[in-house]
Design a protein around this ligand. Structure first.
Ligand SMILES: [Zn+2]
Length: 164
């Protein structure tokens, strides 16, 4: 059986929670003087497969991962692999350092896929493109698909039937 890659949005959300728990500036204002670092509650293996380090885990990470696992279980999907969620500190700073490039690359890839989707008349190809956009973390694939479908219907002059 192939191990399911964690949903990129799920990972982004958990990472966001992870970073917010570490972010001192978040508590600027009231209570700032009695801010204490949250205590880590354990470690998960770093999600970088080439790294043998460990990431400190905080309670919000566990809560978020458990909540996603419950959603996955409802859809009969396997739970998230805890070794593919967090980066260790070294890999996290490398990830942050390279993330503007990665985002730019991802935006370009998505733009190409969306253009191909607009021009495509092949349902199988369209399914592949949609699956790619979902895997790359496009924020609203269903909205995009229905907008494109409406546009295509309008172009064909067959807009009488409401599209999904
Ligand atoms: Zn690492």
């Amino acid at each position: 059986m192939m191990l399911r890659e964690p949903d990129p949005e799920v990972v982004a959300d958990i990472r966001f929670r992870d970073e917010s728990t570490r972010d001192r500036t978040r508590s600027r204002g009231e209570g700032v003087y009695d801010w204490t670092p949250e205590k880590s509650v354990g470690v998960w293996a770093c999600r970088n497969p080439r790294c043998r380090g460990y990431a400190q885990v905080f309670q919000p990470n566990i809560d978020a991962a458990d909540a996603f696992d419950r959603q996955l279980a409802q859809r009969s999907e396997v739970p998230l692999d805890r070794t593919k969620i967090l980066y260790c500190d070294a890999c996290l700073s490398e990830y942050k350092r390279t993330s503007p490039d990665r985002r730019r690359g991802q935006v370009e890839r998505m733009a190409v896929a969306i253009r191909q989707l607009k021009e495509s008349d092949d349902p199988e190809r369209e399914r592949d493109l949609v699956a790619n956009l979902e895997a790359w973390g496009h924020p609203d694939v269903p909205g995009l698909v229905s907008a494109l479908r409406e546009r295509k219907n309008a172009e064909r002059g067959s807009n009488r039937r409401r599209s999904l």
